[in-house]
Design a protein around this ligand. Sequence first.
Ligand SMILES: NC(=O)c1ccc[n+]([C@@H]2O[C@H](COP(=O)([O-])OP(=O)(O)OC[C@H]3O[C@@H](n4cnc5c(N)ncnc54)[C@H](OP(=O)(O)O)[C@@H]3O)[C@@H](O)[C@H]2O)c1
Length: 240
Amino acid sequence: MVASFADVGTVGFIGAGHLGATLARLVVRTGRDVVLSNSRGPETLTDLVADIGPRAWAATPTEAASAADMVVVSIPFKAYRNVPPEPLDEMVVVDTDNYYPQRDGNVPELDDESTTVSELLQAHLVRAHVVKAFNNITWRHLIGQGVPSGTPGRRALPIAGDDPTAKHVVTGLVDEIGFDVVDAGSLAQGWRFQRDTWAYVVRLDRSELVAALARASRYRDVTAEEKREIAERMQAAFST
Ligand SMILES: NC(=O)c1ccc[n+]([C@@H]2O[C@H](COP(=O)([O-])OP(=O)(O)OC[C@H]3O[C@@H](n4cnc5c(N)ncnc54)[C@H](OP(=O)(O)O)[C@@H]3O)[C@@H](O)[C@H]2O)c1
């Protein structure tokens, strides 16, 4: 496993849709190479690769994982069991995925809040080091809101994970593409910035994000008033 983002030369992407492709563009701007993959095959990524430029190439998910120093999984959550575990052994894996039952189908252990999205991916990728990140920012905001470190009011993004080194690597990635980082704790704490929480989609600086994470309630405990306010804030954020 790499020790820091400075050691990363190539980032692999399993999933190259709205979020994955946007993140790949930002990674290329940091001077790294990216290898993109999807479910339909590398030949379907020719236009995207050409658009991103010479630092990008396409492969299968297994090839992308094997060629990279760290990997981003950015797919519809329902497909997570299709991610190949073996090539991701001992690798830092960023999980951007969200669970939307209407898209992904109902998952009882998520509906009863006995686990979280990224814990399920970690259980599937037994020997990888999964870090939850980028799930709470839209691809438009990801490409549009990054600013250099030290800029007043810089947006902060949360991460969660069980391995300190993996979190250090992902912190470097998030910072280099333009955002402060707030460590929300272990993977099990990832619910604090899952969909429909105070930290979801809304633009927050570091201190605001710390407060939003602390204020989070499990879905079963969210009051109707909180639900309405969270929805209003998300709606306002989507329209910016
Ligand atoms: N869109 C956002 O702004 C945003 C923001 C934060 C988080 N997220 C989350 O990030 C994830 C991706 O979102 P998105 O909007 O980027 O989705 P998207 O535009 O629909 O793209 C999904 C990508 O995943 C690929 N994929 C699907 N099944 C796969 C598999 N079995 N193996 C490899 N690749 C597979 C798709 O490839 P094919 O087309 O070939 O199937 C496509 O490249 C979701 O969980 C979403 O909730 C999205």
